[in-house]
Design a protein. Structure first.
Length: 281
């Protein structure tokens, strides 16, 4: 992967106000879809949004957006390609010659890729950088919490109690790293029969409120399994997705971005107006 000379180059152009991570205990619960939908909805509200696909070995963000553009290098760093609606994206898949090629890397390489996605990418001016994490509590989520200024976490789970128990471990990691969990998204909570309209809890009854009590974070939404969403995601048209049940998640994130203090500001050290560290200019 091409890199900029060092972090000081990108720090001259990067101003990222908030870094929000999307985490889960178990794989396949919908983290990447939730990351993508959150980015799309915040961009629809006029915010400047980027997504860092921190799932190096199983990246799925470019596929959701139908993005295949290889990131280019510039004097100030790696330029993240933009989606149709202007969301900036960095993912290991964008650097591969063949998107089906496996990334067979051990922990140290994975963690160094995450660090470079932060230090060597010219993200520019962003209101929010959403970090789509791999599941669990292994090297990559740990590195992300340690080396990125993550200031809020969305936990994604499904109604299976097992998934809930595992997400509690992921929430425990967040707590140990002093990263606040902004809320829980219970995905795949129900499905509507296309023939009779009856709503089924396909994976059993919800455990979201119990989990919320245990980890001390609110349930922001219970999302249905929606075949239209799955189909749009599959063909790279996640920017066309509209899911009414997702609205409270967007609301909570937009409110957080508007009101939370700037926990993740990177400024040029030589800014003449504020000496490089006030975040006000
Ligand atoms: N609410 C939903 N309705 C329909 N399809 C969904 C929904 N949530 C997720 N999916 C689909 O389920 C699959 C798994 O979702 P996704 O890739 O977002 O999970 P993940 O947690 O990121 O997985 P991994 O742990 O492998 O990174 C995808 O094909 C996605 O489009
Ligand atoms: Mg994923």
């Amino acid at each position: 992967m091409a890199t900029a000379d060092n972090e000081s180059m990108t720090s001259q152009v990067n101003r990222v106000r908030h870094v929000l991570a999307v985490a889960s205990g178990k794989g396949g619960v919908g983290k990447s879809l939730v990351s993508a939908m959150a980015a799309v909805e915040l961009a629809r509200r006029g915010l400047k949004v980027g997504i860092m696909d921190a799932d190096i070995t199983g990246p799925s963000i470019p596929r959701l957006f139908g993005l295949t553009v290889r990131p280019e290098s510039s004097m100030v760093g790696i330029l993240p390609p933009e989606t149709a609606t202007g969301i900036k994206i960095i993912s290991m898949n964008l650097f591969l010659d063949n998107s089906g090629q496996p990334v067979i890397w051990r922990g140290p390489l994975l963690t160094s890729a995450i660090k470079q996605f932060w230090t060597d990418v010219a993200w520019g001016d962003l209101d929010v950088l959403i970090v789509d994490l791999p599941p669990g509590t292994a090297d990559v989520p740990l590195t992300a919490f340690q080396s990125l200024p993550v200031d809020g976490i969305l936990m994604v789970t499904t109604p299976q109690e097992l998934a809930g128990m595992i997400v509690e471990k992921a929430a425990g990691l967040a707590k140990q790293m002093h990263k606040p969990v902004l809320g829980i998204v219970e995905n795949m909570a129900m499905v509507t029969c296309p023939h009779c309209g009856e709503v089924f809890e396909l994976f059993g009854p919800s455990h979201a409120e119990e989990l919320a009590d245990r980890i001390g974070a609110p349930v922001l939404a219970r999302l249905p399994i929606d075949p239209t969403v799955a189909a749009l995601a599959d063909i790279g048209h996640v920017e066309d997705v509209k899911m009414a049940a997702f609205a409270p998640v967007t609301e909570a994130l937009a409110e957080y971005v508007a009101t939370a203090s700037l926990a993740a500001v990177i400024l040029a050290p030589s800014c003449p107006s504020c000496s490089g560290n006030s975040g006000d200019c």
